[in-house]
Design a binder for this molecule. Structure first.
Ligand code: SAM
Length: 300
């Protein structure tokens, strides 16, 4: 069947291949480009996503199309800070704890600062994962495990054994290499737009979530304010490809980026697609007048 790549009509297989090339080309410069093109605002959007998730220690997250790990690192930092706060509260509210109990709480926190939380970054692109793993090493994550998951079960066992709470899995959002009912939360940030069969990706999200689990999608969307929309168009079509050329030497990849945003279903349409996949209590929050939206749904 035919689909599009930007404004070109291509076959599904061709589109997948072209998108693979886009992210293969930009992988090394991806983080720098993100900051320069969004003027750093993507960081705020991603922070809002993780705050909305509000994960508690013990949460098992799969971040699909996770690329270089932006959501994963935020998730781990968030959980760590929740754990710390919980410990401080415990100590403050139990003034008559013995020193043995205080020391035990500290030791527990120190030996398991994530409270058994795990995040699995899943992406189709080897180069993006490679850039993410390099970044993890720079940030001091020592037990980073690369899992090339072709078989469903094997992959998850290895991820479970990874004590740093972070693992990287090569996989397609349309056919996730995980068992059913595994995760508490599924996130996809600036990823679903690149997936050829969005309906399949949503079905897979539903399948891998535990009953009660939450789906969260952060994606470019459609701006309702006409003046802002004009300015945004101007910036997108005139500035972004130029920045792409100057910083990454790659005009075409960034032209694709802009075109794919324009082609992506608007807020209400995406909401209906998420409901069609079986999710309940689906809603969305526009950020910056709809430049970006966060869709949320539950498997109930
Ligand atoms: N989530 C990261 C972030 O917010 O910085 C990366 C987003 S990046 C714009 C899009 C990512 O989607 C790329 O890493 C790309 O390889 C990945 N991707 C595209 N198609 C995919 C698919 N079918 N399954 C999994 N990942 C896919």
């Amino acid at each position: 069947p035919e689909t599009h790549f930007g404004f070109q009509n291509v076959s599904e297989a061709e589109r997948r291949e072209k998108i693979y090339q886009v992210f293969e080309n930009v992988a090394e410069k991806y983080d720098v480009m993100n900051d320069s093109m969004s003027l750093g605002i993507h960081r705020v959007w991603k922070d809002i996503l993780v705050h909305k998730m509000n994960p508690s220690p013990g949460t098992l997250l799969v971040d699909v199309a996770g690329g270089t790990g932006d959501i994963a690192f935020r998730f781990l930092n968030y959980v760590r800070s929740v754990r710390e706060r919980q410990l401080q509260q415990k100590l403050r509210h139990h003034q008559n704890l013995s020193w043995q109990e205080i020391s035990k709480s500290y030791q527990e926190e120190k030996s398991n600062p994530l409270g058994d939380s795990q995040v699995v970054v899943c992406d189709i692109n080897k180069e993006m994962l490679k850039a993410g793993k390099k970044r993890a090493q720079h940030l001091g994550y020592s037990e980073v495990v690369a899992v090339h998951a072709e078989k469903k079960h094997e992959c998850f066992t290895i991820a479970d054994a990874n004590r740093s709470g972070l693992s990287w899995v090569l996989g397609n959002a349309e056919e996730l290499p995980f068992d059913d009912d595994k995760f508490d939360v599924y996130t996809i940030a600036f990823g679903i737009r690149n997936v050829t069969r969005i309906d399949l990706a949503l079905q897979e999200a539903y399948r891998v979530l535990k009953p009660g689990g939450r789906f969260l999608c952060l994606e470019f969307s459609h701006v309702s304010n006409p003046l802002l929309s004009r300015l945004y168009d101007l910036y997108s079509f005139q500035v972004i490809p130029v920045l792409g050329e100057v910083i990454a030497g790659d005009w075409k990849s960034y032209q694709y980026l802009v075109e794919s945003i324009r082609r992506f279903p608007p807020q209400e349409e995406l909401k209906a697609m998420i409901e069609d996949a079986g999710f309940l209590k689906v809603d969305y929050q526009n950020l910056n007048s709809g430049i970006v939206a966060i869709h949320s749904g539950f498997k109930l």
